[in-house]
Ligand binder design. Structure first.
Ligand code: FER
Length: 289
């Protein structure tokens, strides 16, 4: 049976690698399965005082296997969608399993992952009408909470690197829109930006990138992915089209799928492997060949 499984896994890997012109685009079978024999990172829930909202707010932190206060780590802020909260990634995407496996296979750089609640309002639960205008507005307000409350808290309490090249932001759907809006809007704070299936809260391209030269010079990676069956694909596509027009290097990856965790987990699997490493921008175009 083991042989059969490894033959199957091997065949799938061979297929994905060869059809992707040596660029792996889809996570291999088992990437999200818990492996008991490897070292695991740790999940904690923290609470920080938010001056922006006037409450104490929760976030979930994943520290990597082998985490030590003697080291200093880069940070990925990983944001949820309109129906979620700080636990959405954990419940739906098992990022700790995906990342533990990537560490075991030596495919990612040690980093801390912060999963905040991106609905910056007093009652930040995902109940009731999640499309209510005050709740949608709270996803915009989160920019202030993130920059002025959460990031300073993380930098005070955790051993983290604080330069822009050691800070990444990515998210799914509303969180993808937030990542573009906040990441591209604060290039002095973020060098790595990713949006998975970004939602209508994504600013228009000229608002997102008023200064194409600054974006070109400052971004290490701008990642845009979306399922080909997602009705929100227009927000990714119009951003991509503008980036092409302005010749701003980025990855645009349309993969089979809808508006769901299959696409977002693959997004995290792929995006995280680029983070905090030397980047070869010449491979970016292979993602939309
Ligand atoms: C909308 C459709 C979808 C919208 C937001 C979403 C604010 C977000 C979806 C998600 O986060 O999964 O019209 O408007």
């Amino acid at each position: 049976m083991k042989k059969l499984i490894s033959f199957f896994t091997g065949s799938v890997m061979f297929w994905t690698v060869t059809t992707a012109q040596n660029i792996l685009k889809q996570a291999p079978f088992g990437f999200d399965s818990l492996r008991t024999e490897i070292v695991h990172g740790k999940i904690d829930t923290i609470s920080y005082a938010s001056k922006t909202v006037g409450t104490n707010r929760r976030a979930i932190i994943y520290t990597p296997p082998g985490f030590s206060k003697k080291n200093k780590y880069p940070v990925l802020y990983l944001l949820h969608g309109i129906g979620g909260d700080e636990k959405e990634w954990l419940n739906g995407g098992k990022p700790q399993v995906i990342l533990d496996n990537l560490y075991a296979d030596k495919k990612i750089e040690p980093m801390i992952v912060v999963m905040p609640n991106g609905r910056a309002m007093k009652d930040d639960r995902a109940g009731g009408n999640i499309f209510d205008s005050a709740k949608v507005q709270a996803f915009t307000t989160f920019e202030k909470d993130l920059l002025n409350d959460l990031i300073p808290y993380i930098e005070k309490k955790y051993p983290v690197l604080t330069d822009r090249e050691s800070r990444a932001i990515a998210g799914l759907s509303m969180g993808g829109g937030q990542s573009f809006n906040f990441g591209l809007g604060n290039l002095d704070k973020f060098a790595w930006v990713g949006g998975f299936s970004s939602a209508p809260n994504t600013k228009t391209p000229d608002e997102l990138i008023p200064d194409p030269e600054a974006a070109k010079n400052k971004l290490k990676l701008l990642w845009i992915s979306c399922g080909d069956n997602d009705r929100l694909i227009t927000f990714s596509k119009r951003t991509h089209d503008y980036l092409v027009e302005k010749k701003i290097p980025h990855i645009y990856y349309i993969e089979p799928g809808g508006h769901d965790f299959k696409v977002w987990k693959n997004g995290l699997y792929m995006f995280s492997q680029f983070l905090f490493k030397t980047i070869d921008k010449s491979i970016f175009s292979k993602f939309n060949e």
